[in-house]
Ligand binder design. Structure first.
Ligand code: HEM
Length: 157
């Protein structure tokens, strides 16, 4: 085949590859997101509170982008704060499997991390009240980070 013909044939192939990438990339990002938040399903009171936090975070990802949704955002933040406070007074299921000598320290650390979480939720609330949506979205990222680290430390993956 002539060289120019081969070049011409290559154009649709390259275009298809690029288009494929454009479709595949967001799907991969979503998978990563799901994998991160994948924690073994448990039937505990703490798991119930975590579900409340999870639902609120899913709504907030969208609502925090728009100042018009700030009233709605504040409602979700309130639910998340209450669930955080309840969670702090519970202990991870994993604690029961710890050697007794380490259990108290493990639960203390968990509670400290939950306190940081609640404090950060408070900062999120303040930012939304002040109409600082950019700042609120930064704080949202910090909460996602705390989720990831919290699950690494206190759940069985
Ligand atoms: C944005 C923040 C967070 C979200 C969206 C989130 C979400 C979840 C979800 C969906 C579960 C599974 C619940 C089920 O089994 O049905 C879970 C479990 C759990 N999470 Fe979180 N979480 C967050 C933050 C944290 C933090 C900061 C910690 C610790 C400091 C933590 C500790 C745990 C533990 C220990 C469990 C297992 C439940 C148990 O042991 O009874 N999470 N979380």
């Amino acid at each position: 085949m002539k060289r120019w013909k081969m070049t011409l044939l290559g154009i649709p192939v390259a275009a298809a590859l690029l288009a494929g990438r454009a479709f595949v990339a967001p799907a991969v990002a979503q998978d990563k997101e799901d994998a991160k938040s994948q924690v073994k399903d448990l039937d505990t009171e703490l798991a119930k509170q975590m579900e409340v936090i999870d639902e609120a975070m899913k709504k907030l990802r969208r609502t925090l982008r728009k100042a018009e949704s700030n009233t709605e955002s504040l409602e979700w933040i309130d639910k998340m704060e209450k669930a955080g406070v309840k969670s702090k007074d519970l202990a991870p299921a994993m604690a029961a499997k710890m050697p007794e000598a380490k259990r108290a320290e493990f639960v203390e650390k968990y509670k400290k991390d939950m306190e940081v979480f609640i404090k950060t939720v408070g900062e999120l609330k303040a930012a939304v009240k002040e109409g600082k949506n950019d700042k609120a979205q930064e704080i949202f990222k910090a909460l996602k980070d705390q989720e990831e680290k919290g699950h690494e430390k206190y759940t069985e993956q």
